[in-house]
Design a protein around this ligand. Structure first.
Ligand SMILES: [Zn+2]
Length: 360
């Protein structure tokens, strides 16, 4: 016992001596900080968090451009599965989700009306206004995916990472009756008059069985995707389906724009998956992908080109600043939409909806 203490004390002294010697040397010869040395060493042995590959991994430095903070973050692109991943998750992630972040915005009557028409159109309920909004913005990928799932109005639906449950409220308006949400980052559990319930719980603590489990642009924000996939399978009813909608690095936009690709969205997106990395995660959890639908839109072009010119998403010059701007620049937007549709047709779109079920 005594020997251990002595050894530890001696070890602490050696380390402390090394640190002060390093500090002195740094002052004289401008050596890098110990933290920097550690970082360099960790860079040398970076491992893909999905497939464990260590060879031919590439390093990328991406800036926060959604809110114009321009802080730089390091991403690793796996040489084997291709997954692009944030190397170190910042301690204070809340700082990168300001009140202006889209899922925190409250919608007034007009926006809610527009959303209802747009969502209904995605479900296949035709209307002139629904068609107009789907052309002006982009088709509603959430309700299109639910339509493809072909479920009944009474099916048990779980939306993971749903914020305050805006999509679930739209689905209640459109006739679905068994709607549950889970989001660990909301302030408290929410129970709405129409029966929609949203729980402030991590996936691990969610009880129940669901016929349709949806992750609409939430999976890329999760720091442990393998564990999340296992939990999703636990919550899936026999014969149930899973929808995972995410940006993918198996895309033209990542190849063309690299760190200026708008849907890299540093540092909010921890993982930019590929078909391969999703297959690996699904396989490990006992799931299989049975349908892949590309749903990239015009934003991948104009917003990425803006980032390359140092124009962030919240800049008044951005084409995303207002629907009026989109109308004023319609010929350009229309050309980008045509290119996006072509990429989707050829399997290169930057946004993808994966449909999964239990592996047989
Ligand atoms: Zn990998």
């Amino acid at each position: 016992m005594c020997t251990t203490v002595n050894v530890e004390t001696r070890h602490a002294k050696i380390v402390s001596g090394f640190k002060s010697a390093h500090r002195r040397a740094r002052r004289k010869r401008r050596l890098p900080k110990i933290a920097s040395v550690r970082k360099i060493l960790s860079l040398m042995r970076q491992v893909c968090k999905i497939c464990g590959n260590e060879s031919e991994n590439r390093q990328h430095m991406a800036k926060e451009m959604g809110f114009g903070l321009r802080e730089t973050f390091e991403y690793l692109e796996c040489g084997a599965c291709g997954c692009v991943q944030l190397v170190q998750i910042p301690e204070e992630m809340a700082r990168y989700y300001p009140p202006e972040y889209y899922s925190f915005q409250k919608h007034g009557r007009l926006k809610t009306f527009v959303r209802h028409k747009w969502s209904a159109f995605g479900l296949g309920r035709r209307s002139a206004l629904g068609a107009f909004f789907s052309t002006l913005f982009a088709p509603n990928g959430s309700t299109q995916a639910i339509r493809r799932a072909g479920i009944s109005n009474g099916a048990r639906i779980l939306d993971i990472g749903c914020g305050s449950g805006r999509l679930l409220l739209d689905l209640a308006y459109l006739g679905f009756t068994n709607l549950t949400g889970a989001d660990p980052f909301i302030r408290q559990d929410l129970v709405y008059d129409n029966g929609v319930k949203v729980f402030k719980r991590p996936l691990l603590e969610m009880p129940g069985q669901f016929d349709l489990i949806m992750l609409h642009h939430s999976y890329e924000h999760m720091d442990r995707p393998a564990e999340a996939m296992v939990q999703v399978k636990r919550l899936l009813s026999p014969g149930g389906q899973i929808i995972i909608r995410i940006p993918v690095a198996s895309s033209y936009a990542w190849r063309e724009y690299g760190v200026n690709w708008v849907n890299l969205d540093a540092p909010r997106h921890f993982f930019l998956h590929t078909f391969r990395s999703i297959e690996i995660l699904a396989g490990q959890a006992g799931l299989q992908v049975f349908q892949v639908v590309h749903e990239g839109n015009d934003e991948q072009f104009w917003a990425s080109e803006q980032f390359a010119r140092d124009i962030p998403s919240n800049d008044p010059r951005s084409l995303g600043a207002s629907p009026i701007k989109r109308i004023l620049h319609w010929p350009r937007i229309k050309a980008y939409k045509a290119r996006a549709a072509e990429l989707n047709r050829t399997g290169q779109g930057d946004l993808v909806c994966f449909h999964l079920r239990r592996a047989s």
